[in-house]
Each structure stands twice: as C-alpha cells, then as structure tokens.
Design a binder for this molecule. Structure first.
Ligand code: AMP
Length: 129
C-alpha cells in the first residue's frame, strides 16, 4: 500500500508545499514542533534513510540543505535542526526544524497552527528559495 507521503506526492492528500523537483518534495509537517517545521522526502518510496541508493541519499541531503537555508531566512530561530526518525511514517523524510530551544527538537511540545498560519509560513519560506 502506498505511504501517506506517496499519496501527498500523487496529489491524493493535500499538503502545504515548500519545494519540488523531479525527485524530491518538501512540505510543512502537519503537527509541527515549531513554526516552519518542514519534511523533505524522496519521491521514491523507501522506508529507511540508509537504505536509499547513494545518488538519492546525496540528492536528498542537497535538497534538504537548500530548503533549510530558506527556512533559516524566513523563520526567526537560532538555527535549523535536522532529524531523521521514521517510526510513524515508513517513507524516508528529513525533518527540518527551526530551533530556538532544545524543546523544539524533542517532538514532545507541539505548536498549534491554523490553516492561515501554515499558508503564511509556507509562503514566507518559498519566497526565500
Ligand atoms: P516520524 O515517522 O516519527 O519521523 O514522524 C512522521 C512525521 O510526519 C510527524 O512529524 C507527523 O506530524 C508528520 N506527518 C504525518 N502525516 C502528515 C501529513 N499528512 N502531512 C504532513 N506531515 C505529516
């Protein structure tokens, strides 16, 4: 069965899109640790990061870097942190999280957002790409 992220890639489920290439997609995490929390995924559906072929792995890192630099310009924070977990969704995704404190990196404190908040931050990040 297709992962929820493959359904997003195929347009079957909506997302707040940040960036897209032939091989990768970035969109806002729907349950963010902090404003601007973004997921970068390969379109190729693979469960675990280190099972990616090397070209896709390196491409995902380069794509994530481009997106992270845009987040850092658009969202007030001390830095953008990068985490890979994957215990919930078995489709490789890099979490890019604007950090102002260690709590933002802990996936415990969640930040509530309205659709308007998501739209606004997605637009601000896209403007920095
Ligand atoms: P993990 O697999 O533990 O790295 O976590 C999966 C992440 O995907 C969580 O932070 C979820 O909030 C996020 N997530 C799950 N479904 C969606 C969705 N439809 N759109 C955006 N983010 C999602």
């Amino acid at each position: 069965m297709a992962s929820i992220f493959t359904k997003i890639i195929n347009g079957e489920i909506p997302c707040y899109k940040i960036a897209e290439t032939d091989d990768f997609l970035a969109f806002l995490d729907i349950n963010p640790n902090a404003k601007g929390h973004t997921l970068c995924i390969p379109k190729k559906e693979v469960d675990k990061l280190f099972d990616l072929d090397e070209v896709t792995y390196m491409g995902l890192m380069a794509f994530s870097r481009t997106v992270a630099l845009a987040i850092e310009k658009a969202v007030p924070c001390k830095r953008v942190g990068m985490t890979v977990i994957g215990l919930e969704v078995p489709h490789v995704h890099v979490h890019l999280i604007p950090l102002t404190s260690m709590d933002d990196a802990r996936f415990i404190t969640k930040s509530a957002h309205t659709p308007e908040d998501f739209e606004a931050v997605a637009k601000a990040i896209r403007a920095q790409l």
